[in-house]
Each structure stands twice: as C-alpha cells, then as structure tokens.
Design a protein around this ligand. Structure first.
Ligand SMILES: C[S@@+](CC[C@H](N)C(=O)[O-])C[C@H]1O[C@@H](n2cnc3c(N)ncnc32)[C@H](O)[C@@H]1O
Length: 530
C-alpha cells in the first residue's frame, strides 16, 4: 500500500463539493454533485435502470495517473470494511460503525458509506459476474484489494444514484490513494466498460444462454446457488409458492428498516415516534426507524428501547403469551432462555415477565456474549434474572422438569437474516447445516427435559431451512412421548397487531422478509403434557 493515507490525510477529491457527497440509504436522489460532479437531475427509473443513460457521459479527460490521489472518506470507509471482511473475516456490521467514527463521517456520508458497503457486499455475486466480462483475466488473479475497489465502483455505477463519471473518478482516486497508481488504469478501464450497460442490461448479459432457473436467480439476485435452492425448498416446505423465490431473494437485497422495541413496563416509543419513527405494523410496542444513527434515540443508551427485528419480538411474545392453564406449583413462573447471547429476546422476555414476578435464567456459553446478555438485562431488577456462562445441553440433565417456559433460540445458519448480514451469504456453506444439526437437536432435547410438566418450549431459528427447523423438531419428538405440539401460527397471530399474519403451516410458523417484512423466523411450540 504505497500511498496509504493516515486518517488525517484523507480528504475529498479536488473539486468535490461537500454537500454532494452523501447518498444515504433511503434518501432521495442526490446525484447533483454526489461524488463531486455533474449529471445532476439524472434519475433512475423505478427499476433503477436508467441512470447514466442517454446523453453524453462526461468522463474525465485526464488520465488516471493525473487525477486525484485523495480518497473520499465515505468510499474509503466502504473500502476498509470490504477489506476487513475479506482479509480478516470481520463482520461488516461491527467494523462499519468503527470506521465511520474513525473517519468522522457526518450523517449523510455515513448513510452513503453504509449503502455502498452493504450494497457492494450483497451484490458481490452479480457484480463479480459483470466484472468477469470486463476484466481480461480471471478475477482470482486480481489483487484482492483491487477487486474490492472494483466492486465498490460497480455498485455505485449500477445501483446507486451516483453519476457514472463521479463513481469512476472517485473509485480511481480511492485506488490511487490506498493501493497505488499502478492499478488505477486497470480500474479506470474496467469501470468504463461497466458503464456501457445498466443493471438490467448486465443481468441479461450474464444470464444469457442459461436455462437453469436456480443459476439465473442466483446471478440475478446475487445469492450462492445452494442458498437459492435451499430457500426454494424452504418455501415449499413451509407451504408457500415456489414462485415467491424472486421476491424473497430481492427482499434479502433491500436495506432493512431498523425495528425498535420498547421494553414493556420500562419505556414507551413516544420519544422515538416524535423523532420520526413509525409505529410498528406487526408487534405491539414496536416501531420502524429509518432516520439514521439509532443510538441518538431516547431510551437506546439506557437499554429500555432496543433494536430488535419484529419477527424476534413476535416469537418471544408468543412464548410468553401461551396459556399454561393449571400449571403445577404456586409461586411465580420460572423461565429459561437456553441460548441467550447477545440477549435481545432475553431482555424482552424478562420485561414481559416482570409484573408477574417471573424469574428468568439465561444460559450462554461464550463469556463475552454472556456479558452482553447481562448488559441487555441491566434495566430489569437484578433479582429477576440470572445469567450463567454454560452449555445449554447440560441444563436438561442438571435441572429436569424445572421451568415453565423455555426458549431455544438455536444457533443456526441465519439464512433468514441475510439482509442484515450482508457478507454472510458468501461465508455460509452447506456443511454449516450439517455441523449445526447435532447441536440443535441436543439443545432442543435439553429444553424438553428442562421444561416442567404443563410447561412449554419454543424452538426458534432465524432460518427457514428445513434441516434446522421442522427436521429438528420432528426428530426430537419422534423419540419421546408426553409432548404435544401447539399451534404456533395461532400463537403468533394472538400477539400480532391485526392477528392475521398467515405464518402458520401445520403446527409450526414461519415468517418471511418478502411477506412480513421481518427476518425469516421459525417458531415451534411444544408443551410437556406429563
Ligand atoms: C441465535 S443466537 C441467540 C440470539 C438471542 N436469543 C437473542 O435474541 O439475542 C444463538 C446463541 O446460542 C449460543 N450457543 C451456542 N452453543 C450453545 C450451547 N451449547 N448452549 C447454549 N447456547 C449456545 C451462541 O453463542 C449464540 O449466542
């Protein structure tokens, strides 16, 4: 990295007006000046396919070597995050805020950097196929840093409201600043080729001649083929039409709205609503927020208002709302969260149960995640909860027949939350399903042992994959008597606004991003009858 600037060296490219830099997600077209250029007023059509079309493109006449050596901070942030994801196996959602703070991005630039980072990561499959048509060698022979810079350039050109010349100039500037002058000509030439078509045109090009629907969907929606196949099977397994696959894959690529929950009895969302949040449409006490830095909202710093997907809220509320009828014993209920870290559902459950004097035990084997659970529970009275660093698989044997309600939010592939974890689709492999299977079964078996007669277990995943949902529940119950399945679809309806989610299939329930606007949470409810 011959010309890597220190944080203090990083400044905008020459002639790039400050006001035009931000193009935050969910913000209106700011192409006039975005990235410092002309082309204002050019908008994409509803499919996002007409930007930069028509009229003469105004690329810089200067050769790449004569152009800026400065990296625009927002693009530099995206580049740093992509590099950390590729080279250090980092999680984009953890690295991005740190990088945004390091480069002191204002709100607009932070939005631009977020859209660029997440978009380039999500779109990598499609963008690499495009780049493969524009680079004269196999992509794996490129310097990985150059490939990341190209992906950043392609996302701006094909999917953001950035004029092509600005996307190109700024990406070349980034490359010169952080990688070196050498590759800047290649980046310039490749990105010029990319500007020859819009996204729709490129998708037609890269899918031309293909007949396999899975391969076409994978390239069109930038997912690995095995995940497309798995999601198609999941739709069918949960009683939906396989034709929904395009909508589901497209939902994975949309920037998800931030969902908020006010912990019952501890906060309301009034302040958040006053700050622009919208009332949630599915879960009581929830809201949607698209106003940027959520940490500034009242209640977030104290932990009484939390960021939590509505699907997660609904499954926790459904477990808490199950009517236990005549339960054994007289005292307050004992609840167990068997896989608690980082504690989102734990906090909601503890808050729901506090009025009734519930005591919640949370188990988490990873010490730093157990610490996050303690933090999440901080707003609740200390005598209402216990956090234990331990293995949930041992609880059933150590404390049999002890808990009235047990949540098993099992470790899973997260295939239902791909929109929130932009890099995970490229990291996951089918072998993850195989390696998680025994753990999922052992955790559910432990929960079935730990639940008291009359009590109920919720088995939850943020994946719709059959292997980690119905297959786990079926396997565990096949070997046991004394349990009955409850109607999880009705249970979800009973805690939802409107009461008609339509998530039930058989006795289990499956939420979907393209239908419900939630992560694809799966819920099974099992009662111990004897
Ligand atoms: C899907 S996450 C739970 C998310 C959490 N319920 C929430 O809402 O924030 C699964 C958790 O299970 C934990 N885990 C992994 N192995 C476990 C085990 N043997 N026993 C208990 N928890 C385990 C993981 O460390 C991870 O924190």
């Amino acid at each position: 990295m011959s010309e890597t600037p220190g944080a203090g060296d990083v400044s905008r490219g020459r002639g790039t007006p400050r006001q035009g830099q931000g193009t935050g997600s969910g913000t209106p077209d700011r192409s006039a000046g975005t990235g410092g250029g002309q082309g204002g007023g050019r908008r994409r059509n509803e499919q996002g396919r007409e930007r930069n079309r028509g009229g003469e493109r105004q690329f810089s006449q200067a050769s790449p070597s004569q152009r800026t050596r400065r990296a625009d901070p927002a693009r530099l942030v995206a580049f740093e995050v992509l590099r950390a994801v590729a080279a250090e196996d980092a999680y984009a959602n953890l690295v991005l805020p740190t990088s945004i703070r390091k480069h002191r991005l204002d709100r607009r630039d932070a939005g631009f950097a977020t859209e660029l980072t997440y978009g380039a990561l999500r779109g990598q499959g499609t963008y690499d196929a495009v780049l493969a048509r524009c680079v004269d060698r196999p992509l794996d022979q490129l310097d990985p840093a150059v490939l990341d810079a190209l992906r950043i350039g392609v996302h701006q050109i094909l999917a953001m409201r950035v004029p092509a010349h600005a996307a190109l100039d700024q990406t070349v500037g980034l490359v010169r600043a952080v990688i070196g002058a050498g590759p800047s000509s290649l980046v310039n030439a490749v990105l010029r080729k990319v500007t020859a078509r819009d996204l729709g045109g490129w998708i037609s090009e890269i899918t031309e001649g293909l007949t396999d629907a899975t391969a076409i969907a994978a390239l069109t929606h930038s997912h690995p083929e095995w995940i497309v196949r798995a999601l198609r099977q999941a739709l069918v397994a949960h009683g939906r039409d396989v034709a929904e696959i395009d909508a589901l894959l497209a939902a994975d690529n949309a920037a998800p709205m931030v969902h908020l929950v006010a912990l019952p009895g501890l906060a309301t969302l009034d302040d958040a609503l006053a700050e622009g949040a919208e009332p949630g449409r599915l879960a009581e006490g929830s809201a949607y927020y698209s106003g940027g830095d959520v940490s500034r909202l009242p209640g977030i710093s104290t932990g009484t208002v939390r960021v939590q997907d509505s699907g997660s809220q609904l499954v926790a509320r459904a477990l808490a709302a199950v009517d236990l009828g005549e339960r054994r014993g007289q005292g307050p209920e004992q609840w167990l969260d068997l896989c608690a870290g980082p504690g989102g559902k734990t906090a909601l459950l503890a808050a729901i149960g506090q009025d009734a004097g519930v005591h919640l035990t949370a188990i988490e084997p990873v010490p730093h995640r157990a610490q996050l659970v303690r933090q999440a529970l901080r707003p609740l009275p200390e005598d209402s909860w216990t956090v234990q660093v331990g293995d949930g698989r041992a609880v059933g044997q150590d404390q049999p027949d002890s808990f009235d309600r047990v949540l098993v939010d099992a470790p899973c592939t997260g295939l239902g939350a791909l929109r929130r974890r932009p890099e995970s689709r490229w990291r996951r492999t089918p072998t993850d399903l195989v390696s998680l299977a025994p753990l999922q079964r052992e955790l559910l078996a432990s929960a079935l042992d730990a639940v008291a007669p009359g009590g109920v277990v919720a088995y939850v995943t943020c994946s719709p994959h059959h292997a980690e949902t119905d297959a786990v529940v079926d396997d565990c119950l096949r070997r046991r008597t004394g349990f009955e399945r409850l109607d999880a679809g009705s249970a979800l309806d009973s805690v939802s606004i409107g009461g008609a989610l339509g998530a039930g299939h058989g006795t289990t329930a499956q939420l979907w991003p393209h239908v419900h606007g939630t992560d694809a949470m799966y819920l099974a409810l099992i009662r111990k009858t004897t």
